[in-house]
Design a protein around this ligand. Sequence first.
Ligand SMILES: CC(C)[C@H](C(=O)O)[C@@H](O)C(=O)O
Ligand code: SF4
Length: 477
Amino acid sequence: MGRTLAEKVWDDHVVRRAEGEPDLLFIDLHLLHEVTSPQAFDGLRMNGRPVRRTDLTIATEDHNTPTLDIDKPIADPVSRTQLETLRKNCAEFGVRLHPLGDVEQGVVHVVGPQLGLTQPGTTVVCGDSHTSTHGAFGALAFGIGTSQVEHVLATQTLPLAPFRTMAITVDGELPGGVTAKDLILAVITKIGTGGGQGYVIEYRGSAIEKLSMESRMTICNMSIEAGARAGMIAPDQTTFDYLEGRPHAPQGEDWDTAVAYWKTLRTDDDAVFDHEVRIDAASLAPFVTWGTNPGQGAPLSASVPDPASFADPSDRLAAEKALEYMGLTAGQPLREVAVDTVFVGSCTNGRIEDLRAAASVVRGRQVADGVRMLVVPGSVRVALQAVEEGLDKVFTAAGAEWRHAGCSMCLGMNPDQLAPGERSASTSNRNFEGRQGKGGRTHLVSPQVAAATAVVGRLASPADLTDATGAATLQGV
Ligand SMILES: CC(C)[C@H](C(=O)O)[C@@H](O)C(=O)O
Ligand code: SF4
């Protein structure tokens, strides 16, 4: 019987298989950041073990880093300790680190791909749930816990429980103004935050094939929000074009050999998935979340749902609680929800394509009075590219704040936070209670919707904006 893409990558990495035991897999790339690595290094130290493959291990600073005044000492003692600990550990164990201030610094899931470290057919792990991002290249990429981080540091292998396979096939054309973020939010609303549990999801179909690498990363990034172990997209010419010439991509003859192998990384025609979901791209629209998990979403044109409309009692209860926390009432049109803050950034939507999209919406316009808009590139390289294109100027001219790269307001581990009761439209991936600061209320949106929301002051899409003549713009629905 044929094999799926995920099964092929898995099989190519098994270093030990024994009856009744999980397979032991070789890990090609281990990414580290300051939050989940300290105890793992402590474990190595206690056992007198080195890092087995420093050449396959790389660290960056992202979660605790400030996005302003990065040349000043870090004020928050917890963040300072986290960063100092990572620096000390990397120096002691010989691990390559891109610290704050380095040109390769940034959110770990932005840095790996842009360096060409993330490649098709590889196994990638990181002590971070959004490692699923790297699956966009046809890599099998998992988030792991700190004890597993220690295991990989020590052995470059990992015992892994078997997974089930799911295909999410998206065919057809995405309507104008509908992005990868809208697509994945719609998928999660459809299958639920537990819908992917135990599965490696492969996204396929004509609508997926047309997406850029940045958009594919947005989709795979949020697989974890559907509970999946990983998300993958088969590598194709778009993937190869993105990778060619990047610092760690194979070169010369090695490139040709690699591409020949990568081309075999497609699910066989006769392979069978354990579960299949089909979506018509043409049926999708700009999507926003109204609740406190990424599965509580709806089209922007809809209203806040009535909890009584949920058939499942636990969904009903979750909706009731979410509306209370979010300060929303059933039946309220989503377009009438006013925000205080707009955040464009994160490993979901902090790449150059995302910044271009947001800039194209705010160009020549002004952020609404009383709204704060933060634009935070996912990495220093993204920032440099954006500056080269003049995007930073577009944002600042519109009244937005242009910040230094990092996780920033994606989560409250650094100074960029919402105040209690404040509401944001955010291009990040989690809208959990307190995620962006204690009492903060988060609506997950695409970069285009974020930018239009900043201009209008209420949840909006570019189509809600008018140009100087009062005509609706052509930027999409
Ligand atoms: C801090 C880290 C462990 C966490 C994760 O695993 O994803 C963070 O990146 C997040 O997005 O919530
Ligand atoms: S940007 Fe957000 S989701 Fe991504 S690694 Fe940082 S905190 Fe996690």
